[in-house]
Design a protein around this ligand. Structure first.
Ligand code: PBG
Length: 337
């Protein structure tokens, strides 16, 4: 058969691996990744997290070991989440303000062991709240905004004091970014940055994380069973733009969208509207879906990991929080570029 007279044959750019690589539009490098680390008390402890195959809660020394390994692979940023024992939890999350709590000790030790690491701390009450909420719950079952912001600003000063590079408010209270910026500046921490969870949705994909920290909202009278009065409705776009604009005006340095893959459109819309870096959080449920399907032999884990992370970068994320950070970095070493 004589060839068709086609002026354009897009397949020419897909013919060989060398050509495909030459014209690839998006590369994701390990330097853009943030590895979340779950912390527990003790020494030389690694407790596997059932809901997140391949992830563990680490004692501080083991967290440092993992971070060291990550840094040799080019991953230099870590988001720290303490798993707090239930007897230390309280309605107002007082443990979060103790100078010698697990998180503060971890930041001090990691800062000392890994001076070149970028340390990111989470700002919210849920690891410390016996109700499993990011804020203070009133007697009549409301999550109180301004009272919570007041506690969070103090938590932020503490994290800056021990050496966090960035604080990452994940609580979704109104006005918290501005209050945190003022509190940091007022205490002289003008160099501590804010990664604000600007568009954080009330998502079913946080399930495994809540298991990892035992931090799900509890079933008790006058405790809301969900976080929908502060986290956003998955149906909304304009609300994300509004939240992001507020956070930027209040002084956020990086805007974060969470979860990741179900919200690619939100990442893209924010990318078009701000000059700030955008971060995406590939959350625990997204990770667990790939891991679980791969364990059942229904997905190629590495390919699904690379594809999902590349999609987040393609949508416009400059920075990606992912439990796959180490695995991706190992893959990237064999497949750079
Ligand atoms: C809580 C917090 C959550 C996550 C990060 N910070 C859970 C929640 O909002 O209930 C979820 C991360 C993940 O699922 O990987 N402030």
């Amino acid at each position: 058969m004589p060839p068709q007279n086609l002026p354009s044959r897009p397949r020419r750019l897909r013919r060989t691996e060398a050509v495909r690589r030459l014209v690839r539009e998006t590369s994701l490098t390990p330097r853009q990744l943030v590895l979340p680390l779950f912390l527990i008390e003790g020494e030389d402890r690694a407790e596997p997290i059932d809901a997140m195959p391949g992830c563990s809660r680490f004692s501080i020394d083991r967290a440092i070991g993992t971070a060291e390994q990550a840094m040799t692979l080019g991953v230099r940023a870590f988001a720290l989440f303490p798993a707090v024992s239930s007897e230390k939890k309280s309605p107002a999350g007082d443990e979060g303000l103790r100078e010698d709590n697990l998180l503060c000790r971890a930041v001090i030790a990691m800062r000392q062991a890994l001076p070149d690491a970028c340390l990111i701390t989470d700002i919210a009450l849920d690891p410390y709240s016996n109700f499993g909420h990011d804020g203070i719950v009133s007697a009549d079952g409301r999550v109180l905004n301004d009272e919570t912001v007041d506690v969070l600003t103090r938590m932020t000063q503490l994290h800056a004091q021990v050496g966090a590079d960035f604080v990452a408010p994940s609580d979704m209270m109104d006005g918290r970014v501005g209050a945190i910026r003022r509190a940091l500046d007022g205490a002289g921490y003008t160099e501590t940055g804010i990664i604000s969870y600007a568009a954080k949705y009330a998502s079913a994909f946080y399930g495994p994380f809540r298991e990892a920290l035992d931090s799900a909202p509890i079933d008790a009278p006058n405790v809301p069973r969900h976080k929908k009065t502060y986290q956003m409705d998955p149906a909304n776009t304009r609300e994300a733009l509004r939240e992001a604009a507020l956070d930027e005006a209040e002084g956020a340095d990086i805007l974060l969208v969470k979860p990741g893959l179900p919200y690619l459109d939100i990442i893209t819309r924010l990318r078009e509207r701000t000059t700030l870096p955008i971060a995406a959080y590939q959350v625990s449920g997204e990770y667990a879906m790939i891991k679980s399907a791969a364990e059942l032999g229904r997905l190629d884990e590495t390919a699904a990991m690379v594809e999902s992370l590349t999609a987040l970068a393609r949508a416009g994320a400059d920075v990606i929080f992912t439990y796959f950070a180490l695995e991706y970095a190992v893959w990237y070493r064999a497949n750079p570029g």
